[in-house]
Design a protein around this ligand. Structure first.
Ligand SMILES: Nc1ncnc2c1ncn2[C@@H]1O[C@H](COP(=O)(O)OP(=O)(O)O)[C@@H](O)[C@H]1O
Ligand SMILES: [Mg+2]
Length: 306
């Protein structure tokens, strides 16, 4: 049996003139905590929607645990739990009713009710179990969508921006819960704007940009192979005019601080410090910072991830 959780082969998608996915090709292994990152509009949600059978690819194919998401929709869907980016819900049902309905849709009966109650409890929805979905806050709706995605105990859980617009407490709870599911063997695919969290949680990361895969590697290789590090200086001077060769390295400058991006090999720190001193910069403190995922992301896509 193959160890692949999700296999994505040459997937294309157009929306009119927009070529949203341009031959996306990679696979996710079983048991991975996988990050799918990219700027807004990169095509992440489109790829996830095709995975979940909510949208059709124009070309290529996706398999979840060996089941084609179009030809063997029900089997592939059984393997997959998806928490969509958009808060879609039916306002007429209570939380528990909705979860039971969803469970029935997957072919489960009463035997699954204990698991549903466990999800309600783990996701702290006890007080809201009888409330109608329309009455819940955004954060609570998000919890319900997560419970809904897990109702059939899927092998692969896909979280599309699950923490967008939720408070710090819920964010923390969600990461702990995802980590627990991961430890229990669930493959997790995560899309998020919080790069520091992706850096901490994901073993491998794919970066998509304008519908194409632009990086795919383990998180540590992505960070270690990054050719730049940051020189952070506390200075005494206000408004020193730097020569162009140095100014080109500056990524942030304030009254008493200066941050320069330096190439590990091509920008020897000694020479840079000499240059700064010659320009009249009086350095009070120095800190060399290794790149974060944010820096790598910026380098690869040319854009911040906000
Ligand atoms: N239903 C749709 N109709 C038209 N264009 C769409 C639709 N869904 C997505 N797009 C376009 O496809 C591109 C990728 O969008 P999306 O997958 O939502 O990106 P991401 O999730 O990475 O932010 C964008 O240019 C977006 O405007
Ligand atoms: Mg999206």
């Amino acid at each position: 049996m193959s160890a692949t959780a999700v296999n994505i082969a040459q997937v294309h998608k157009h929306f009119g003139a927009v070529h949203a996915l341009k031959g996306i090709d990679f696979s996710i292994e079983r048991g991975e905590f996988f990050g799918l990152l990219g700027p807004n509009g990169a095509g992440k949600s489109t790829l996830i929607n095709i995975m979940a059978g909510l949208a059709r690819a124009d070309g290529g194919a996706i398999e979840v645990h060996g089941h084609d998401v179009v030809k063997h929709y029900r089997k592939s869907r059984m393997m997959l739990g998806v928490v969509p980016q958009e808060l879609v819900y039916d306002p007429f049902f209570s939380v528990r009713e909705m979860l039971r309905l969803q469970s029935g849709y997957f072919g489960f009966g009463r035997e699954n009710h204990a698991w549903i109650d466990e999800l309600i409890s783990v996701l702290n929805l006890q007080d809201k179990a009888l409330a109608n979905l329309a009455q819940l806050s955004g954060g609570m709706k998000r919890r319900v969508l997560i419970a809904q995605a897990l109702v059939h105990k899927p092998k692969v859980l896909v979280l599309d921006e699950p923490t967008a617009g939720v408070d710090v407490e819920l964010r923390q709870a969600l990461w702990e819960f995802s980590s627990r599911l991961h430890k229990q063997g669930t493959t997790i695919v995560l899309t998020t704007h919080y790069l520091e969290e992706a850096e901490a949680l994901c073993g491998r990361i794919a970066i998509v940009d304008q519908g194409a895969l632009v990086a795919l590697d383990t998180t540590s290789v992505l960070l270690n192979r990054h050719p730049y590090r940051l020189l952070c200086l506390t200075t005494q001077d206000v408004n020193v005019q730097l020569p162009a060769a140095l100014a080109a390295h500056v990524v942030a400058q304030e009254a008493h601080s200066l941050v320069l991006r330096l190439h590990r090999v091509d920008d020897p720190i000694g020479a840079v410090l000499d240059g700064l001193r010659s320009a009249g910069v009086q350095i009070q403190d120095i800190q060399l910072r290794e790149p974060k995922l944010e820096d790598v992301f910026l380098h690869i896509t040319g854009r911040g991830h906000a």
